[in-house]
Design a protein around this ligand. Structure first.
Ligand SMILES: *Cc1c(COP(=O)(O)O)cnc(C)c1O
Length: 498
């Protein structure tokens, strides 16, 4: 199977090359030329398998230049029970007749990013071997919180790699910051920057596109790569958990094999919901994909009007991992819906870059609306949803998951569709303990307490055990206290590498 670029489909690479390279030279994203099919018999077979084996079943059909043995090695290391708190890896929790919560946060950093970032380093190092790359890969990450920690945990002590993460020193939560500055591993480096997330992102991009820097690094036997969700190696592992959730429902006799389900996803960069779209495209019986946004509802407006317009006010919210106005992975959806029209995608993406806006024609919009339904939820209703879900089901959800649950209920009320729906739960409530406790009406008791006291409080109220990785932070050694100027990022990278 070859991979083509969304902006020039004459470019054709193997999966190993696509994963190593991340982004195509002309700025497009890599997509498989054809998609494997999921048939009824495949579900029967996969229902009997463990999560890592389901991952092998799906991934080997996309990574056709990998040996099955190599895919298995990657999946077994990544989804080991000790990393994901047990055999289930991504458990499905039934709330009622139609609502099923897919818990994607049992990995080492308590957010769904682990589902892809635990396996990406293995896919990348295997890809390096297969393409004869003998330089050390340096992964550069600018993070607004969750990706940085998940990437650090994934790449820690992985041979042939080093990882550097920059975060806005005043722009992440206390827990997120602690998670990063206490990171263990011999090949890791973390630094705050004096600036916001956009400054970090710009600084990293400048390093990526500077030919002098690249030449200098090459001489020292380093190559740069990226771990963000434009990399196919981060997207393909996410298809697995939707298929796996369907298998669980068949196995537990919640549905008959062949019955349709809906999937609802709290969305930011459009990576997670795109993986659900690909599962549907491959033949997984899916009716609607429900796209949930917070107040930064650029995607809700797009799906409802056909106009993508990023020229709007940015609202910092209590679901910060969805505070995004440019959803990069939408490009892959548009490429697919246009019948692989690379010229059109090039044109739309240029309009987005130059004017911040583009519009789809009626034919494309019809396709979008056949498949997607979109809604949004503000901070007030996010908190109300956390409260109601706890009250009704004795089940505690984080702020991102709450956005999805609220939007799902809007969908159900508006359409009357009772199809069983899988709702992606993207973070542990402990990661956003302040907002969750406040939603549960604990503002008074929270006064003057630090994050660890809040974690204890949430554990007591929810009845959930404190995730080991968060509990350990309290006494962890703060290894990376540095903060650099926003125009001195490369200096910090150089110092770390020398
Ligand atoms: C990254 C993230 C999202 C958004 O996922 P996308 O793939 O960017 O749409 C939602 N919730 C949490 C907790 C996240 O970390």
């Amino acid at each position: 199977m070859k991979y083509i670029s969304t902006r020039d489909k004459k470019i054709k690479l193997s999966s190993a090359q696509a994963i190593k390279q991340g982004l195509s030279v002309e700025g497009g994203l890599f997509i498989p030329e054809t998609f494997p099919e999921i048939k009824k018999e495949d579900i029967v077979k996969m229902a009997k398998l463990s999560y890592p084996e389901r991952a092998v079943y799906i991934l080997k059909q996309f990574l056709t230049d990998f040996l099955v043995k190599e895919v298995r090695e990657c999946a077994t290391k990544a989804y080991a029970p000790e990393k994901f708190g047990g055999e289930a890896v991504a458990p499905l929790v039934r709330l009622n007749d139609s609502e099923y919560i897919l818990e994607l946060w049992h990995g080492p950093t308590c957010a769904f990013k682990d589902m892809a970032l635990q396996i990406l380093p293995h896919l990348l190092t295997t890809s390096m071997k297969k393409t004869g790359e003998d330089n050390t890969v340096v992964i550069l990450v600018a993070t607004s919180g969750d990706t940085g920690k998940a990437a650090l945990e994934g790449f820690k002590d992985v041979e042939g790699t080093k990882i550097v993460v920059f975060y806005p020193s005043d722009g992440v939560s206390d827990i997120q910051k602690l998670q990063m500055i206490t990171q263990e591993g011999k090949n890791v480096f973390v630094s705050g920057i004096k600036g916001n997330f956009d400054d970090a992102q710009t600084g990293v991009k400048t390093i990526f596109t500077d030919d002098e820097i690249k030449k200098d690094l090459k001489e020292k036997k380093y190559v740069l790569s990226s771990a963000n969700s434009i990399n196919w190696g981060r997207l393909v592992p996410q298809i697995v958990y939707y298929v796996s959730a369907y298998c669980e429902m068949v196995k537990n006799k919640e549905i008959e094999n062949g019955d349709k389900i809906n999937i609802c996803v709290p969305t930011g960069n459009f990576g997670n919901i795109l993986a659900a779209y690909y599962a549907r495209k491959m033949g997984l019986p899916v009716n609607k994909l429900i796209c949930a946004s917070n107040m930064n509802k650029v995607l809700t407006d797009f799906i409802n009007t056909g106009v993508y317009d990023r020229n709007r006010e940015f609202f910092p919210s209590i679901s910060p991992s969805m505070d995004i106005l440019i959803s990069s992975n939408l490009e892959r959806l548009l490429f697919d819906l246009s019948g692989n029209d690379d010229k059109l995608i090039g044109k739309l993406m240029t309009e987005l870059k130059e004017k911040g806006v583009y519009k789809l024609d009626k034919k494309m919009m019809k396709k979008v609306n056949e498949i997607f339904w979109a809604g949004f939820c503000d901070d007030y209703f996010t908190k109300e949803c956390i409260y109601k879900t706890f009250d009704e089901y004795d089940y505690t959800i984080d702020t991102h998951t709450a956005v999805a649950v609220d939007v799902y209920n809007q969908y159900k009320n508006e359409t009357g569709d009772n199809t069983k729906t899988v709702i992606a739960s993207t973070a542990s409530p402990f990661k956003f303990n302040g907002s969750v406790l406040s939603a549960l009406g604990k503002d008074d008791e929270m006064q003057g307490k630090d994050d660890f006291a809040l974690i204890d409080m949430l554990s007591e109220i929810s009845g959930y055990e404190i995730p080991e990785s968060l509990g350990k932070l309290k006494n962890a050694d703060k290894r990376f206290k540095g903060i650099c100027d926003k125009d001195k990022l490369f200096g910090a990278v150089e110092e770390f590498l020398s």
